[in-house]
Design a protein around this ligand. Structure first.
Ligand code: NAD
Length: 487
């Protein structure tokens, strides 16, 4: 593996524009999952640090300097932040790969989406405004779209940089300030973004970053009276705990939670494209993707043909050094997550699914938390691997009969509703299926497509609120109705 001694890892909290150690003096070790080495000690935010970060964000939000900063200037700063991400693209991509274990190729894709998200919301900053309403009587009535105040953003470890940007971009564009709590597994790129925001011209306190344990630092943000909204991405289980705790202060919330997304292959699909799409749907990002196409629903007539094509391709998907530009399958983020994934594989075997490929840990150069791309056939809808989010490279293949009538009930047989894929050459069937599937994103003859302009979010227990696009602006503004007597 490439040496990391020369790397500069950001290791201190960013509070009110300054890199600082935790008030407690505590730190936590960050591990490179590809080598199992601890590569840095990062300051561990506790309640006191979160309190200071919220105070800073509140002070900045209420300051004359922030209030008098024009929306256009904020937009220019965001655009500049996007440019800075591109200037530092190799550094940010390396940090992401060393921390998360994802291939550098994928970190490059995340980096582009991160930069584009900042630039996209830079464009929105001076285009968020209210309207005049023709009310009855001698009155002028108009609305103002105002920022919420201090945003507490809590993000997971699978896309540490881009998921942070999805919150930072619209929050700052709309004039809020923000305290970001990255996952304790993956703090580097979040801290670096907070440094770059200062370089882009944002004042101290506009964007604070406090990595620390979810139950302590995350919960402190959730319970804090000075936080106006929690923008959360993570598991459904933690999302529910946050909703309960946030009730105490009636916080606004957006929830981007888990998924168990169906990828539906009809018999009339281009099977080569569908095989590629099915593998990309589950093995991109090592399957640690909330929208992963983890349930492959195949029309019975083409089950064998599709399976053979997939197995042929899956053989070539070999885990490798994440820093190597040709690697397409990296390391699972942590030992604990790898064990969780292996536990699900074991449950699939025990419950009677047929293991078609993979199924085990495959160290690279004798190290690392790598798991082989795993495909299970003969999966029944009641099996654990068909119902629970595994968040790893494990695909559950199921079959259906009877076209849409067979596919739709199976696709919707889940508590989740984040995404779905549809493979068919019949455009009417594609569009009718897209309408019938209960999911926030539907991909037709493609999978895993994202764009800063296109909304993303969940139906059902995959959450509420939308990120990206113009839709996200609603989640970071509130509307004031002003009445003026003209009589
Ligand atoms: P997680 O829910 O364990 O943690 C997410 C974040 O919440 C982390 O920063 C963590 O420190 C914090 N946290 C944990 N417990 C907390 C608590 N009690 N109070 C406050 N904060 C707390 O999720 P994870 O394991 O980091 O990420 C995987 C999960 O994220 C999967 O379920 C995945 O589907 C989901 N996810 C969803 C989306 C989406 O957009 N819908 C995107 C990516 C990941």
């Amino acid at each position: 593996m490439t040496a990391v001694e020369t790397e500069r890892f950001p290791t201190r909290l960013i509070i009110h524009g300054e890199p600082v150690e935790a008030a407690s003096g505590k730190s936590f070790g960050v591990v490179n999952p590809a080598t199992e080495e601890t590569i840095a000690q990062v300051a561990q935010a506790g309640v006191e640090d979160v309190n200071r970060a919220v105070e800073s964000a509140r002070r900045t939000f209420e300051s004359d300097a922030w209030r008098s900063l024009s929306a256009r200037s904020r937009g220019q700063m965001l655009y500049r932040l996007g440019e800075l991400c591109l200037t530092h693209k190799d550094e940010l991509a390396r940090l992401e790969t060393l921390n998360n274990g994802k291939p550098i190729f994928e970190s490059g894709i995340d980096l582009r989406l991160t930069a584009e998200t900042f630039m996209y919301y830079g464009g929105w900053a001076d285009k968020v405004y209210g309207e005049t309403i023709p009310v009855d009587g001698p009155f002028l009535n108009y609305t103002l779209r105002e920022p919420l105040g201090v945003i507490g953003a809590i993000v997971p470890w699978n896309f540490p940089m881009s998921l942070a940007a999805w919150k930072i971009g619209p929050a700052l564009a709309c004039g809020n300030t923000i305290v970001l709590k990255p996952s304790e597994e993956t703090p580097f790129t979040a801290l670096r973004l907070a440094e770059l925001a200062l370089e882009a011209g944002f004042p101290a306190g506009a964007f604070n970053c406090v990595p620390g344990p979810g139950r302590v630092a995350g919960m402190a943000l959730v319970e804090h009276e000075g936080v106006d909204k929690i923008a959360f991405t993570g598991s459904t289980e933690v999302g529910k705990a946050i909703m309960r705790a946030a009730a105490g202060t009636v916080k606004k919330m957006s929830m981007e939670l888990g998924g168990k997304s169906p990828n539906i292959v009809y018999a009339d699909a281009d099977l080569d494209a569908a095989a590629r799409g099915a593998l990309n749907g589950i093995f991109y990002g090592k399957g640690e993707v909330c929208a992963a196409g983890s349930r492959l629903l195949v029309e019975a007539d083409v089950k064998d043909a599709l399976r053979d094509k997939m197995l042929e391709r899956a053989k070539k998907m070999v885990a490798g050094d994440p820093l190597h530009p040709k690697t397409r399958l990296g390391a699972i983020v942590s030992k604990a997550q790898m064990e969780r994934v292996l536990g699900y594989i074991e449950s699939g075997r025990k419950e009677g699914a047929t293991l078609l490929s993979g199924g085990e840990r495959v160290p690279v150069n004798g190290k690392g938390y790598f798991v082989a791309p795993t495909i299970f056939g003969d999966v029944e809808p009641g099996m654990t691997i068909a119902r629970e989010e595994i968040f790893g490279p494990v695909l559950a293949m199921m079959t259906f009969h009877g076209g849409m009538d067979g596919a739709i009930p199976l696709a919707n047989d889940t508590i989740y509703g984040l995404a779905a894929g549809i493979w068919t050459r019949d455009i009417k069937k594609a569009l009718r299926t897209a309408r019938a599937v209960r999911a926030g994103t539907v991909w037709v003859n493609t999978y895993n497509m994202y764009d800063a302009g296109s909304p993303f979010g969940g139906y059902k227990q995959s959450g509420f609120g939308r990120e990206l696009g113009s839709y996200a602006l609603d989640g970071y503004t509130q509307v004031k109705s002003v009445w003026v007597d003209l009589s």
